[in-house]
Ligand binder design. Structure first.
Ligand code: SIN
Length: 197
């Protein structure tokens, strides 16, 4: 995309969300489609010291790790005209400045689209060299961390539960053992937190 296209509002852009964007895009868009990208697995391996955690107790949010055998399901949003510049400005603050994510271009495959060609989409990914990166841990450790963390946007548990709800409702045919194991571990940890209060 050329800068002048953005300025003149003549273009369209697809943005792929696989974390909080699937249930809370918070920017104006023309249309959205559920679907997947290939070659990436979604993992709660990125730290969050703004939206869902803080410096003392960083939350755990998702990022994408390259994996030739994996697909990641989410939602792609098409923004057009002035929405392109508006959404990029908004997401740059939300995802890049506050979240530590960088942009990448991927092929997005809409669901059920035998006759649908993939579309190129922008995606926000946080890599291992990001200072906020936390890396792998057991579902129990990640679930406990999520159950205890909250930030300026809300509780980390909300982020996890809404993502799991999206997968159950919008992608019922897709198994996501990483997500659902962490959801179960986090929910199992909640009674201990309540008892300790
Ligand atoms: C994000 O998009 O990663 C942050 C927003 C949120 O946690 O609700």
């Amino acid at each position: 995309m050329k800068p002048q296209d953005v300025m003149t509002g003549k273009t369209s852009l697809w943005i792929f969300g696989y974390g909080s964007l699937v249930w809370k895009p918070d920017f104006k868009y023309k249309r959205s489609m559920v679907g997947h990208i290939q070659g990436y697995k979604r993992r709660f391996w990125h730290g969050d010291n703004f939206h869902r955690g803080n410096d003392k107790l960083p939350g755990r949010v998702v990022t994408l790790m390259e994996d030739d055998d994996a697909n990641t399901w989410g939602v792609a949003f098409e923004v057009t005209g002035a929405q392109v510049e508006e959404s990029l400005k908004y997401l740059n603050l939300r995802e890049a400045v506050r979240g530590g994510y960088a942009t990448k271009s991927v092929d997005f495959f809409p669901e059920g689209g035998v006759d649908q060609a993939p579309v190129t989409a922008l995606v926000y990914i946080a890599t291992e060299d990001n200072p906020l990166y936390l890396g792998p841990a057991s579902p129990e450790v990640i679930g406990a961390q999520i159950a205890m963390s909250f930030g300026k946007t809300g509780h980390n548990l909300e982020y996890l539960l809404r993502l799991a709800e999206f997968m159950r409702q919008s992608c019922p045919h897709v198994d996501d053992p990483h997500l659902f194991a962490i959801e179960a571990a986090a929910l199992a940890f909640v009674p201990y937190l309540l008892a300790a209060q």
